[in-house]
Write a protein that binds this ligand. Structure first.
Ligand code: G3P
Length: 220
């Protein structure tokens, strides 16, 4: 499974990229708003992320009609070769995804919650599909089991093009572990969750004892 960072924060992206295991970034309008982003600077900001990240960078269209989504997608894809256009799973989004994929533009279908939605996204040409785990949990459903169903269903078919499942709306290291166990292709995680994936109290305790023992060795 690959790790993407789910953020628009350049400091977080630069920091995570320096750790050596970052394979991509996903952004959305909420994440851009969270860093105080301005509409006029959006495309420059995506360009800056694309320079830092060696991998796909999802930039979301906020349009609601197919023609507007297609126009957005063409503009966003022109920013850098690694831009992936994020499109919501809805009828206009499916139609736009078909048109964009036929132009060779990669689409990440987002806000996906069910197996039928995921199959339709793949059939419309989406290169990435993002089932949301945490938001399913938020309504007292089981987000991990829904992600599992999507991974299984997509694996049943040959769509004639690569389709990667991105576990999205990931809230914990346990979500990440479950996504990896079921064979999700990618987990896109907030910076704090990525840190939690690296850290473990037993690692810290082990390190402390190794360092203490090494002091003894040096003084022996
Ligand atoms: O990747 C989708 C993500 O940004 C949504 O996460 O935590 O707002 O549900 P969340």
């Amino acid at each position: 499974m690959k790790f993407f960072l789910d953020t628009a924060d350049l400091n977080e992206i630069e920091e995570a990229a320096s750790w050596g295991a970052l394979a991509g970034v996903t952004t959305n309008p909420s994440l851009y708003a969270r860093i105080g982003g301005k509409v006029a600077d959006f495309e420059n900001h995506i360009a800056r992320i694309c320079e830092v990240v060696d991998g796909p960078v999802s930039a979301e269209s906020v349009a609601m009609t197919r023609d507007e989504i297609i126009a957005d997608g063409i503009r966003l894809a022109a920013i850098a070769p690694n831009v992936v256009v994020k499109v919501p799973t809805m009828i206009e989004g499916l139609a736009a995804t078909r048109a964009l994929s036929e132009r060779g533009i990669k689409v990440n279908m987002t806000l996906c919650f069910t197996v039928p939605q995921a199959i339709l996204a793949a059939r419309s040409g989406a290169a990435f599909i993002s089932p949301f785990v945490g938001r399913f949990d938020d309504i007292s459903e089981d987000g991990i089991s829904q992600l599992y169903d999507v991974v299984q269903a997509i694996g049943n078919y040959d769509f004639g093009h690569d389709v990667e499942i991105i576990a999205a709306s990931v809230r914990s290291a346990n979500h990440v572990a479950q996504a990896a166990l079921m064979g999700a292709d990618i987990a896109t995680v907030p910076f704090n969750v990525l840190k939690k994936c690296v850290e473990h109290p037993l690692t810290d305790r082990g390190l402390e004892s190794f360092l203490a023992d090494w002091e003894k060795v040096k003084n022996a």
